[in-house]
Structure formats: structure tokens, C-alpha cells
Design a protein. Structure first.
Length: 212
């Protein structure tokens, strides 16, 4: 059985990355041997990462009572880490918003971007990746064209996800589907999106090969 965690990071019903998420999940349900779990960053209780979390760590060490926000933060962080720990494949469906990822997805990453979970340091200070037994899939939508060399440096969503899940955690990139240009060329939008959704479905079928 392959445990697949699908992270939904768009709460717009008509969002292209929402459609990508829906198509991937529906297709993956038909793949034998796949156990699907969804984590919707907009539906989960995910207080923003900040000093309250560090306060909570200190209080836990000292046996002190936590505030409501501190308790929620610790529970949310643990839930996110547990979800990733249980997964063989992590699928991220997200849009490019203002050149980067949605804040709610960033909060999820803040929860799991933790020494001792995602990485650790050796005695000589070298970073060691701790999630090398896992794979990840990128499903990204962006209205403009960012695959061109001159625009690539401005794209800080897919590049960021690759650096975190691949570079820091050590996961292997299993597949990548990007739909782009549908806002730049509205007369071709339906065609661009439809073609991209077919690639999403094909990507879901590749789950059959994860453990083969």
C-alpha cells in the first residue's frame, strides 16, 4: 500500500490548482494499492508560526500551563508532521500567488520545517536530509508564463517547494505538472487548462509505479 498525502492549498472553487487537485484525487482513487489522505491548509486550524510557538516549547519543558493559542499551535504542528511522516508520497497542489505560495501553505511548511524531523546537522555542521525515503509531486498553476529563462528568477513558488521538499528534506521529485499562461492568453485558457488537467490525470496514474 502506498500512502499518498495530497496537500490542497487553494480555497478558490474555480481556481486552476483547485481543479488540478480535484482531478488528481479522482484519478488516484482508481489506482490500485493507493491510500489517499487530504490535508486542506485552508480548512485545518493552522495559527501562524511565531513567538507563541516558542513560548509553548518553553512552557512544555517547564511544565507550565499553555494558552489556547499555544495549545492550538502545538497540536497543528504535530498534526502536520504526523501527516508527512505517514506518507510515502506528498502531493502539493498550489497556485502562484504574487510570485510565491499562499500564506497558509507557508504556515504548513513552517510546521514541518524542523530540525530533527526534516533535517539535522552532523558534528561538523553539515546538513543531513531526513526524509529521503519519500517522494513528492508538484501540481502548480500560474496565470502568466514563468518557464521562460527571463521570467524564471521571479518564480518563487515551484522553486521554493523544490528547495524545501527536495533540497532540505531530501525527498525525490516523482512528478511535476504546471499549468501556465491561461490568464496571459484568455482566448486559449480553456485549451491550456484542459490539456493541463489531462497531464494531471496521467501524473496520478504514475502512483502505480511508486513501489513497483
Amino acid at each position: 500500500m502506498t500512502n499518498v498525502l495530497v496537500i490542497k492549498a487553494n480555497n478558490r472553487p474555480d481556481g486552476v490548482s483547485t481543479k488540478m487537485y480535484e482531478a488528481y484525487v479522482e484519478e488516484a482513487k482508481n489506482v490500485a494499492g493507493v491510500n489517499l489522505t487530504t490535508y486542506d491548509v485552508f480548512q485545518e486550524d493552522t495559527p501562524y508560526f511565531g513567538q507563541e510557538l516558542f513560548n509553548a516549547f518553553g512552557k512544555v519543558q517547564n511544565g507550565e500551563e499553555l494558552t489556547e493559542v499555544e495549545s492550538r499551535l502545538l497540536a497543528a504542528k504535530q498534526k502536520a508532521m504526523d501527516a508527512v511522516a505517514a506518507a510515502d508520497v506528498v502531493v502539493l497542489a498550489f497556485p502562484l500567488w504574487n510570485l510565491t505560495i499562499p500564506a497558509k501553505l507557508q504556515t504548513f511548511i513552517d510546521y514541518i520545517y524542523s530540525a530533527g524531523f526534516m533535517f539535522k546537522y552532523s558534528q561538523d555542521g553539515q546538513m543531513i536530509q531526513l526524509l529521503t525515503d519519500k517522494k513528492f509531486v508538484i501540481l502548480n498553476a500560474r496565470g502568466g508564463y514563468y518557464s521562460a529563462p527571463e521570467a524564471q528568477p521571479m518564480e518563487m513558488s515551484v522553486n521554493y517547494i523544490k528547495n524545501v521538499f527536495g533540497g532540505v528534506a531530501g525527498m525525490t521529485l516523482h512528478d511535476e505538472v504546471i499549468i501556465e499562461g491561461h490568464n496571459a492568453e484568455p482566448n486559449k485558457a480553456q485549451e491550456i487548462i484542459a490539456e493541463g488537467i489531462e497531464r494531471v490525470k496521467a501524473s496520478a496514474q504514475k502512483l502505480a509505479k511508486v513501489n513497483s
